[in-house]
Design a protein around this ligand. Structure first.
Ligand code: DI6
Ligand code: FE
Length: 398
């Protein structure tokens, strides 16, 4: 199949957007065979099935590398509480917050969890998303953690996209372990990780390193098991305070440190040294009305790859739009539109340890988004407007 008469933003490393006008992409099965200017197209790639894209922009398909999209219930009530003055931490300590979603998630059957997740997935798909990461972390018991990850995997049976799963047993201390976080980690979280891994449900291991969640030494014990099982790690780090979580995950050669509003220069250096991706989540920053911004300039100066994701979750980021996340990353964090696009493509792939998607080059998956825009900066610029024309997933047009 040949896509022609299009403008390419290849997002190839080191070339900005990698813009190619009057471009073409040759696709063989699920993969890209060739991409470049149409005048350079080798005769062998002149295909039978040609699609004239009318000059539209083609980018790598967006990747949402941080979601909690599988969960029971919603927290609109807590949204109201916060508007009446309660802080996120106050809500959490009063038994609301993550723990209230745990109650709703434990009560939901697998099919219910799937049915409630699919409309949120569809909102991401409508913007061309080809890969999503989905975390557990609202079960906090062995059975429900596994159920969440089973549901996450099943999303890919129902929709044309890829799912990568992260085990997030160390997300919160459940009520039955209140005041006994160490016992929760050793007696429940680690056995739950082993059980989910034995079922083939885990692609990576995550944690929430925070005063209202787990201390670095507790996260380190979970990471020890991840290493034993051969699983990569990532971490919710420095979201509400600085506990050195980014340095911890970087020290383990982790895929990503996520949130990082309170990251300090030692943390930036640690990420740079390890090549760990900094994932910014402006939806949570916005929802919590946080004022401390992630240190974008320092990350840029240190050459740390920055990804942007939705953090889709019922509490701190009920967001199902990567386009809006890009806009927020620019307007709130002062990232450039080019950084924001790299953040939902090349760097998002890296945050998931994927090397077969995220930019446009021969051999990579033909996961592409076709947009009704002239320039890629328009993707981050608009607010609440979706210019997706069509999407390709594994070489198939949708
Ligand atoms: N940080 C977050 O922003 C989400 N999880 C986390 O560790 C919030 C999850 C929630 O409030 O339900
Ligand atoms: Fe999160």
């Amino acid at each position: 199949m040949l896509l022609r008469n299009l403008r390419l933003a290849t997002m190839v490393q080191g070339r900005g957007y990698g813009l190619i006008d009057a471009g073409a992409v040759a696709i063989d099965g699920a993969h890209i065979r060739w991409a470049g200017a149409e005048t350079d197209l080798p005769a062998e790639y002149r295909a039978q099935q040609e699609h004239d894209l009318g000059g539209r922009l083609v980018t790598p398909a967006p990747i949402d590398c941080h979601t909690h999209i599988v969960h029971g219930g919603n927290r609109a009530g807590e949204f109201e509480m916060r508007l009446e003055g309660a802080s996120y931490e106050t809500v959490a300590r009063a038994g609301g917050g993550i723990v209230s979603t745990v109650t709703a998630t434990r009560a939901a059957q697998e099919d219910e969890l799937l049915a409630s997740a699919l409309p949120r997935v569809d909102a991401l798909l409508a913007e061309g998303v080809a890969t999503i990461e989905v975390k557990s972390g609202y079960g906090l018991d062995i059975e429900t953690e596994a159920r969440m990850l089973r549901v996450a995997r099943r999303i890919a049976d129902h929709r044309p996209l890829r799912v990568r799963t992260s085990f997030l047993g160390a997300h919160a201390v459940p009520a039955e372990y209140a005041g006994r976080a160490d016992a929760y980690i050793d007696d429940l979280c680690i056995p739950a990780l082993r059980a989910a891994h034995a079922e083939g449900l885990v692609d990576a291991v995550d944690g929430f390193c925070e005063g209202i969640a787990f201390q670095p030494d507790q996260i380190a014990r979970v990471f020890d098991i991840a290493a034993e099982l051969g699983l990569p790690v990532k971490l919710h780090a420095e979201q509400l305070s600085n506990l050195g979580g980014a340095a911890l995950v970087a020290g383990r050669g982790g895929l990503s440190a996520d949130h990082i509003e309170y990251l300090d220069s030692a943390g930036v250096d640690a990420l740079a040294r390890a090549g760990t991706v900094a994932v910014v989540l402006p939806g949570a920053f916005y929802t919590l009305r946080e004022t401390q911004k992630p240190p974008i300039e320092a990350l840029r100066a240190a050459g740390v790859p920055m990804a942007v994701a939705s953090d889709c979750n019922p509490g701190s980021s009920p967001l199902t739009s990567l386009l809006l996340a890009m806009n927020m990353a620019c307007t709130l964090f002062r990232m450039t539109p080019e950084e924001a696009l790299a953040g939902i493509t090349r760097h998002a792939a890296r945050a998931l340890g994927l090397e077969d998607c995220g930019w446009i080059a021969p051999g990579l998956r033909a996961d592409l988004a076709v947009w009704d825009v002239a320039h890629p900066a328009e993707l981050a610029y608009r607010i609440g407007f979706n210019p997706l024309h069509s999407r390709l997933f594994g070489g198939k047009i949708y």
